[in-house]
Design a binder for this molecule. Structure first.
Ligand SMILES: [Zn+2]
Length: 221
């Protein structure tokens, strides 16, 4: 296999990172579950030659040499620092990949417990989202807006998705999203929570909770 090289400066680049497949549920914005989730910092590679950053340095678009040499690129220092590579990639990538780069910057901010930065990067992601190319993309956008605290816009997009007569799975995610939006809830939620059968599971959990309460009282704890 030929070694691939950086599309900007032709320096041989390290192989593309292949994370382990996820075993747990993704978030509603499709951030993969563990063990994939915690490998985020390894998703982007940096070129030793020119400082370009990308998941695959050999596939960077043409005409980016000036950007990697620019003051804006070189002096970019994100808050938190873990978000810096994603913002650099946002400067270099194709316009269609920009929203994804900002969303990953938000995930890096989530992991650093920097809520302000995470909200800011989600707003940037939403601003670069463009026209969703299907229900899945639109549902992700609803989550990005909700987690950015943009509840009114999130509900507007959700109502447009609802009018498009989405399939049953999308309807379940949509109903779950709209309930969270109505509550003003900007927290992380799992896809598995949205797709859980609505009647049965909470009922069983409630029964177990009641029984536990009864035993606790009985045992004086
Ligand atoms: Zn390079």
């Amino acid at each position: 296999m030929a070694t691939s090289t950086c599309a900007i400066c032709a320096t041989p680049c390290p192989p593309v990172f292949r994370p382990p497949p996820p075993e747990l549920s993704p978030d509603l914005d499709r951030r993969p579950g563990e063990p994939t989730r915690s490998t985020l910092a390894q998703w982007l590679l940096a070129c030793e030659g020119c400082g370009a950053v990308a998941p695959d340095l050999s596939k960077l678009p043409e005409g980016r040499a000036e950007i990697v040499e620019s003051e804006a690129y070189l002096s970019l220092a994100a808050r938190p620092p873990e978000a810096t590579p994603f913002l650099r990639f946002a400067m270099l990538c194709r316009p269609g990949d920009r929203a994804g780069a900002f969303l990953q910057a938000a995930w890096a901010a989530d992991d650093a417990n920097d809520e302000d930065a995470a909200r800011h990067y989600r707003r940037e992601a939403a601003a670069h989202w463009g026209e969703p190319d299907g229900a899945d993309s639109a549902l992700r956008l609803v989550d990005v807006l909700r987690r950015a605290g943009m509840f009114t816009t999130a509900e507007e997009v959700a109502s447009v998705v609802a009018e498009g007569a989405p399939d049953e799975r999308s309807q379940a995610i949509l109903a779950y999203q709209r309930a969270r939006i109505a509550e003003g809830d900007a927290a992380r939620h799992l896809m598995s929570s949205a797709l859980r059968p609505p009647a049965r599971t909470p009922h069983v959990a409630q029964k177990q909770a009641d029984r536990k309460g009864f035993l606790s009282r009985l045992l004086g704890r």
